[in-house]
Write a protein that binds this ligand. Structure first.
Ligand SMILES: Nc1nc2c(ncn2[C@@H]2O[C@H](COP(=O)(O)OP(=O)(O)OP(=O)(O)O)[C@@H](O)[C@H]2O)c(=O)[nH]1
Ligand SMILES: [Mg+2]
Length: 460
């Protein structure tokens, strides 16, 4: 047997073993085996073993808490954690010091000790004092849903804009939580001159964070001025924005309609940046469509505030296309949450088209009939199977027709030419003239009607 063949066999069996190990450990969830090709080294990275905690009580039934923990589990998995167990306590209200009862916490502490748990995630926001108290008893890292979402956003941020927005939200979240445990901060960031005379360490840390926040805000203002200029350059076109709960299929629809290549993943918060593309609704009608960050229950308000630059495209859109995952057992909850966030963002007054996606996944025809009669104005589609797309385009076209008017205008040449006055506010569809008159067929947004009529009257 030639030596080279022997080496080949050894190498391929080694590759197979490594591959097998990878699958095995991935499934076991103990740790991931990663082979860094560039360095030819093998790195073992432990997936953090974690537990989830929620409460059920007067405000929230047990099954609602279970649903919220299901979603928290998807978030934790997106962030690379391995969920080992969940704990739910029935109690009328959270405990002010420990969120759950002292006894429950002792039970959790016992579980942590026996099961090698590295992280505990609470479904509700914890106060800085609660985090400190709980960490003291559990002796492990404790975070809440907001911190987890911020972590995912930080991980998925690709562009400068998204990175600045996430860091700003993270620091705003951190500021009230700065306690003595953050004493290392000034040593890391600062140096000579960062510590004022007589200041405590904590005050110095807070000052450093505030300075960084101010710096990020200035950068964000600059970015948002740049994107405003970009938006103004294309402001004459009709603009629609895809919005909705995370994982509803917004990017899939965007890609289908525009041929864009926005990342589509069965992951929460796959998209953080805004993409804008031209799409054709029919032979003569081209509009701008944008795809952007998704929403979720208990979205940290710092995050909503920071993401205003990214959401500006939706803020200025003529139409919001709200995509909802029809196959999700709680899609109606999602509709409510999206409504709430839109109202927080002051988007409630905007025209909205409700689109139910993933029609292909709904097998229960009775349920589908019920939803169709509950939401007669909605459009039902499947973005991945390309079902219902012509009907969706027709709906968008009819929204445009509602916003615009077409009129015949007759201008007298006696007063000189006035046609140019229409250019900034109307589209000239047809133009014809005789010795005394210019006849125009124009299309304009209804909000410009008064101005159009004024010009027509003055030059008639
Ligand atoms: N069965 C089915 N799956 C779909 C459909 N549309 C999208 N998906 C899947 O749903 C998952 C999420 O799709 P995305 O397009 O990334 O969803 P998104 O709303 O952009 O999500 P975020 O960017 O995370 O807010 C992906 O796995 C898609 O393949 C559909 O019509 N039917
Ligand atoms: Mg997306």
């Amino acid at each position: 047997m030639p030596v080279s063949f022997f080496i080949l066999v050894v190498l391929s069996s080694l590759a197979f073993t490594l591959h097998f190990l990878h699958i095995k450990y991935k499934n076991a969830g103990d740790f991931l085996l990663m082979i860094d090709k560039s360095e030819n080294t093998i790195i073992f990275t432990e997936a953090e073993r974690c537990i989830l905690v929620g409460i059920a009580g007067r405000e929230q039934s047990r099954w609602e808490t279970e649903d919220h923990l299901d979603e928290l589990e998807s978030l934790a998995e997106t962030s690379g954690a391995e969920i080992v167990e969940r704990f739910i306590q029935d109690r009328p209200a959270p405990d002010p010091a420990f969120f759950v009862g002292r006894g429950k916490l002792e039970e959790i502490a016992q579980f942590i000790e026996w099961n090698n748990i590295a992280l505990v995630i609470f479904d509700d926001d914890l106060s800085p004092a609660q985090i400190k108290n709980i960490e003291n008893i559990l002796n492990t890292k404790v975070i809440d849903r907001s911190a987890l979402i911020l972590d995912i956003f930080a991980d998925h941020a690709r562009t400068n804009e998204a990175k600045v927005q996430v860091e700003l939200a993270q620091l705003n979240y951190l500021l009230p939580r700065l306690t003595r445990q953050w004493q290392h901060l000034s040593r890391q960031i600062g140096g000579i001159g960062t510590k004022g005379p007589g200041e405590t360490q904590l005050e110095t840390d807070r000052r450093l964070v505030r300075t960084r926040i101010a710096h990020l805000k200035t950068r964000l203002e600059k970015i948002s001025r740049q994107s405003l200029t970009q938006r103004q350059q294309r402001s004459e076109m009709f603009r629609a924005a895809l919005i909705g709960y995370t994982n509803a299929g917004k990017s899939t629809l965007m890609n289908l309609l525009s041929g864009a290549e926005v990342l589509v993943e069965n992951k929460l918060f796959a998209t953080l940046d805004t993409t804008v593309r031209k799409i054709n609704l029919d032979k003569n009608t081209e509009i701008l469509l944008s795809d952007t960050v998704g929403f979720i229950r208990k979205l940290p308000h710092h995050l909503v505030a920071s993401f205003r630059t990214t959401l500006a495209e939706a803020a200025e859109a003529d139409l919001l296309i709200q995509v909802s995952d029809l196959s999700h057992p709680h899609f109606e909850d999602h509709l409510l949450i999206v409504n709430q966030i839109l109202s927080d963002l002051k988007f409630s007054h905007k025209k909205r088209l409700l689109v139910f996606n993933k029609l292909d996944k709904v097998k229960n025809s009775g349920l589908l009939e019920r939803i169709k009669s509950d939401y007669p104005e909605a459009v039902f589609i499947s973005a991945s199977r390309q079902i219902g797309i012509p009907a969706l385009k027709k709906h968008i076209l009819s929204f445009m027709e509602e916003l615009y008017e077409v009129d015949q205008i007759k201008l007298n040449y006696l007063h000189g030419t006035a046609e140019h006055l229409f250019y900034p506010i109307a589209e000239i569809l047809e133009r014809r003239s005789d010795d005394s008159y210019l006849y125009l067929k124009i299309k304009y947004a209804k909000e410009n009607k008064n101005r159009i009529m004024q010009i027509a009257e003055r030059y008639k």
